[in-house]
Design a protein around this ligand. Structure first.
Ligand SMILES: *Cc1c(COP(=O)(O)O)cnc(C)c1O
Length: 427
């Protein structure tokens, strides 16, 4: 069920009218529902439990880049979640939020020496290595620290995830991972390196996948490789299938997380029984969007209505710097008026104040609104705040978590003075 619904004509987050949040903290403000967040996490955790997995044999590593607010990370850490990070900064966030570094996996094509040192010093669970050059650098850095770095190779199964090209990552032409055909050789190299410990295999083929067929196809390719590696005496202890399950933005019909995990575990169990004498293999997931995407909205106020010759514009106080997805991917976000009005709607493009034609949040939406009304931009919990910028010297939005009828400010609005406080004039 959605935790953003109308009560007495006013859109609420859980039991709290969004109007109260705007009154207290202003706009634009990201609003997250704690219940939605925990429910989405539980869909993964419960499916793991249902298929006989415990903490040792399945781990959800929440993708920090989708929403990295400390309060969000802390709520998930308290549920036992692990974390998938893509930078040293994200590791520091996880630690600050009380996350367990031993449940952290480190993805990304460009890990620096400093980032490797930081992650090694905290004994993270695994480095998802994305190239031969990275493997050698990691071996060197681990050697300097007198450590062995646990690694999995991010393999590119060359499966088409059938999603937007910008969020498709598992095809041959993508910059991510190593080619399936080269993986065996790279594993052989890795197995010989003194400061590398091969522990797993991983892939992440894309984001906003509505169907799990490409994920199961990728799983089959990983299984094939694990068997070859086992035959060569290279033991693989965990299999990381990545994230990527989609959410409802418009008319999307994403696969239910429980159904997908059911099919995945059934396949894995059948394989382990047939080929590995039922020896378990730990399964890792890296979900981001499916946990936090529909747990958040962006609350914004209509500044002006502008009626043009061919178009009507609702100019709001949120912009592309707050929510980049429409400008970047032409992403579609639902828009709802917080207060329902009588009368007939108009068609509007919902745009921000930033000086770019790309600064729009939604196009051709039927809305019954007046100046000063509040709008909720839906499904904004993932890749919203984390992709925000200070373009046009706009302070980042505030972030609020709603729990029942309580609101908690988990990040105050940035003040413009803070944005240039570190800048210096020439003498
Ligand atoms: C972004 C990312 C994810 C999360 O993807 P979602 O589609 O948000 O679930 C997982 N793994 C890696 C390596 C990523 O880069």
């Amino acid at each position: 069920m959605s935790h953003f619904a109308y009560r007495n004509g006013v859109l609420c987050a859980e039991n709290l009218p969004l109007t109260e949040i705007a009154q207290r903290f202003g706009t634009p403000t990201y609003v997250y529902s704690k219940a939605a967040l925990l429910e989405n996490y539980a869909a993964y955790a419960n499916a793991c439990k249902k298929h006989g997995r415990d903490d040792k044999t399945a781990l959800v590593c929440y993708s920090v880049k989708s929403n990295s607010n400390l309060a969000v990370l802390n709520l998930l850490a308290r549920q036992g979640s692990g974390f998938d990070i893509v930078s040293g900064g994200e590791l520091l966030r996880v630690l600050a939020a009380g996350g367990d570094p031993r449940k952290v996996i480190f993805s990304g094509v460009g890990k620096s020496r400093d980032e490797m040192r930081l992650a090694l010093s905290h004994d993270i669970l695994c480095f998802n290595v994305e190239s031969v050059a990275e493997l050698h650098r990691l071996n060197e850095v681990a050697g300097e620290l007198g450590k062995r770095a646990p690694i999995s190779l991010r393999v590119n199964p060359n499966v088409d995830p059938k999603t937007h090209p910008y969020i498709s990552t598992g095809l041959k032409e993508n910059k991510f991972g190593v080619a399936f055909e080269e993986a065996l050789d790279i594993y052989r190299t890795a197995a010989k390196l003194a400061h590398i410990h091969v522990t797993g295999i991983d892939c992440h083929i894309g984001s906003q996948l509505l169907d799990d067929a490409p994920l199961l196809e990728a799983l089959d390719k990983l299984i094939e490789l694990v068997d070859t590696l086992t035959d060569e005496g290279i033991a693989i202890h965990h299999l990381d299938i990545g994230g990527g399950i989609g959410i409802v933005y418009d008319q999307d019909k994403p696969v239910a997380v429980g159904d997908y995990l059911g099919r995945l575990f059934t396949r894995i169990d059948g394989w382990r029984a047939a080929r590995h004498g039922n020896a378990p293999i730990t399964v890792l997931f890296e979900p981001g969007r499916s946990i936090v995407g529909n747990a958040g909205i962006l609350l914004t106020e209509v500044q002006y209505l502008k009626h043009g010759e061919t178009k009507n514009f609702a100019i709001v106080d949120a912009a592309m710097n707050d929510l980049m997805r429409p400008a970047m991917y032409e992403a579609w976000h639902g828009v709802q008026a917080v207060r329902q009005r009588e009368g007939s709607p108009n068609t509007y493009d919902v745009v921000g104040p930033v000086c770019e034609s790309g600064d729009w949040l939604a196009r051709s939406r039927s809305l019954n609104i007046e100046q000063g009304d509040l709008l909720a931009i839906l499904s904004a919990g993932a890749y919203g705040m984390t992709m925000s910028s200070n373009y046009n010297t706009r302070g980042r939005a505030a972030e609020v978590i709603v729990d029942g009828s309580e609101m908690h400010l988990v990040r105050p609005r940035e003040l413009p003075e803070q944005l240039f406080a570190q800048e210096k004039l020439l003498a």
